[in-house]
Ligand binder design. Sequence first.
Ligand code: TRP
Length: 390
Amino acid sequence: MPFFAPVFQPLHAHSVCVFYPGSTESAGNGARDTRYIMADKREIILSGIRPTGRLHYGNYFGAIKNFVDLQSQDNTCYYFIADYHALTTITEREDFYQQTIEMLRTYVACGLDPVRSVIYRQSDLPCTAELTLLLGMITNIGFLARGTTYKDKMGKLEEAPGGVEGNPLSYGLLGYPVLMAADILIVRANKVPVGDDQRQHLEMAIDIAQRFNSRFGETLTVPEGIARNALRLPGLDGAAKMGKSEHNTLDLLDDAATVLKKIKSVPTTTDPEPLGTDSNHPDDVIARMPNSVGALYRLLNLLAPEDVYLDFVGKYRRGEKFYGTLKTTLAEYVSAFNAPIIEKYHAPGNSRETVEEFLRENARKVTPVALDTVEAVRAAMGIGHSLYRA
Ligand code: TRP
């Protein structure tokens, strides 16, 4: 087994170990592998996604699209499925693993590229758990207990004991932000795209990194957030948010018949009221419509050519009878958007086995980078490099 101390070279803050592009050979013990090189990519980007089963339009326009755009630039992108984090809330264990794989197949079908981006499962990088433990030594309980997500959960628990999923009193839930900090710091990410709901968690990670560096010397790369160029899509029922637990989603794998059925059932009973604005910008227009109608216009604006969208805004202004055609037109654009995703999802090159294989391969790629950080942290904290690693 390797003795790690001598083979780990400190990494330049903005460089990262990557394998030669296109190399499909496994690194095995990446630490000794000479096939990976120091590459100066512009940014090291990392983001995690909780496994949630089927992906919907809210996920796509809120996150996936952004991830796909970022990978097309000259960045090193790490995207992982946060299955350790999911353990704080997971209730259905039976098909959880299966769902994670299905979700990855959908990501690939949407254009996340497992060659250009390093896509892995969090639990396939178990040294993240080691870093979590180490960072836990410098993280105060009060700091964690003051986090808004945590406080919200505790508030809900008081209101309705038993109404909070998972085990809200666990050490794991309190430590959620420490695990998230470990995810980010372990690959020395400098840019982290997060939505509003995760901004505070990212700030906590920044705080933990700074605290570590000031206490033990410059060891960790302090990350920055980047605004996710994201849209919060309303649900098909007009609720503010499209969400799986709200049962109001349009899914990326819905076939044409399902799409039509879902869109037809969007409530559009009220007659159009005057919009009270000359602007045709979706943000102005949609805000003045009943919520569920606004949801249809938002989707039309995202998927159809500008003139189709403007034509329907005109119909709305004139108060014509048009909801039927709006719905069938929109359903066609949605189905046309879904069709290539569905096809790619079922492609032989995107089978369960293939996905498992690239997860394995990508976990191998990220492991040497991650171990390098863990070893540096161990050394900085005084326990020294590991003498043995399974
Ligand atoms: N907590 C994030 C969420 O619920 C997922 C996540 C885990 C994450 N680790 C991360 C996001 C690291 C960004 C960076 O959405």
